[in-house]
Design a protein around this ligand. Structure first.
Ligand SMILES: [Zn+2]
Length: 288
C-alpha cells in the first residue's frame, strides 16, 4: 500500500493535488471514500480537534484503517488543526498518517519553536508520519461568516516560509495566500469567490522547497484552484462546502417523510450531496 508521502510525491510530479475533506460522521466518510474510489484518486480524511472529540480520536483511525484494508485503496487520515503538543503525541500513537500542528496564532518565534517540537515528538513515535506546520493566520472556523477576519489579510512572506521550513523540519507548509477558513455569506450562492495570490504561492514554494497545503478552499474560484495547484499546492482542504452539503442533505432527508425515524433512510440524502461535492472538487484538483 502506497504511503501518504509517496502519494504526495506522485501528486507533485503530476502537478495535481490530493483533496482533503473533513468528517463528523459515517455518511460523509463513506461519501468521500466512494467518490475517491470512483475517480481512482488518493484522498485525505481530516478530523479537527472538535471533530475528533465527537467521533473519538482512535475511533476515527480505526474507521479509516478498516476502509483502507477493505478496499486496498489509498485513504489517509490527518489530525487537522492540532493546537497542543500533547494532542500531537496522542494522534501519532493512534496511527494517523498526518498531523497538522497549528501554531499560527502564536508569535512567529514561538510557532517555530513549538512546530519543531511537534515534528520531534510525532516522528519519535511514528517515523513515517507526515507533519505539517502553519504560518500566517487564515481564520479558525469552517462556518458561514459575515465578514472576512482582518488578520487573514496579511500574506505569508517567502522568507519567513523558508526559515520556518528549514528550522522546524516540517514536511508540509500551510501558508496564508488569500485563503481563509469558512465562507462569506455571499459565497454560498456562488456570486462571490475567494481569490488567491498565485505569484506568492510560487514564491513561497521556491523559498520553502516543501509540500504545501491550501487551507480554507471552500468558495475559491475554480481557476484560482487550478493555478494554485500548478504553482505548488499539493493538498487542498475543503470543509465548509461539505458541511453545507451535508446539512442540505439532512434537511431533504427529513422533509421527504416527516414520519421517518430510521437514520439509515434519512442520511442517504446527505451522503449523496457530499458525494457530489467531493467528486466535483477531486475532478478539478486533478485536471491536467
Ligand atoms: Zn484548515
Amino acid at each position: 500500500m502506497e504511503s501518504l508521502r509517496q502519494a504526495l510525491s506522485e501528486a507533485e510530479k503530476r502537478n495535481v493535488a490530493i483533496g482533503h475533506f473533513n468528517i463528523s460522521d459515517l455518511a460523509a466518510l463513506r461519501a468521500i471514500v466512494d467518490a475517491a474510489r470512483e475517480l481512482k484518486l488518493p484522498v485525505l480524511i481530516g478530523v479537527s480537534e472538535g471533530e475528533r472529540e465527537f467521533i473519538g480520536t482512535r475511533t476515527a483511525a480505526a474507521l479509516v484503517r478498516s476502509l483502507r484494508d477493505e478496499s486496498q485503496f489509498p485513504i489517509f487520515l490527518n489530525a487537522d488543526h492540532t493546537h497542543s503538543l500533547e494532542k500531537v503525541k496522542e494522534v501519532a500513537e493512534a496511527g494517523y498518517d498526518e498531523v497538522l500542528f497549528d501554531g499560527s496564532k502564536l508569535p512567529f518565534e514561538e510557532n517555530l519553536k513549538q512546530s519543531k517540537r511537534a515534528v520531534e515528538i510525532a516522528k519519535s513515535i511514528r517515523p513515517e508520519i507526515v507533519v505539517e506546520g502553519e504560518i500566517g493566520y487564515i481564520g479558525s472556523s469552517s462556518a458561514i461568516l459575515e465578514k472576512r477576519p482582518e488578520e487573514s489579510l496579511r500574506l505569508t512572506q517567502p522568507e519567513e516560509a523558508r526559515q520556518f521550513a528549514d528550522e522546524t523540519g516540517v514536511d508540509v507548509v500551510a501558508p496564508a495566500v488569500g485563503n481563509m477558513h469558512g465562507l462569506l455569506r455571499e459565497m454560498i450562492s456562488g456570486e462571490a469567490h475567494k481569490h488567491l495570490d498565485v505569484a506568492r504561492i510560487g514564491a513561497i514554494k521556491q523559498a520553502a522547497g516543501k509540500f504545501m497545503t491550501l487551507h480554507g478552499g471552500s468558495g475559491t474560484a475554480d481557476k484560482d484552484f487550478v493555478a494554485a495547484i500548478k504553482a505548488g499546492m499539493n493538498i487542498v482542504h475543503v470543509n465548509t462546502e461539505l458541511r453545507l452539503a451535508w446539512r442540505k442533505g439532512v434537511e431533504e432527508g427529513l422533509q421527504k417523510d416527516p414520519n421517518e425515524v430510521a437514520p439509515y433512510k434519512i442520511l442517504p440524502a446527505a451522503y449523496q450531496r457530499v458525494f457530489q461535492v467531493v467528486r466535483e472538487r477531486l475532478t478539478l484538483f486533478n485536471s491536467d
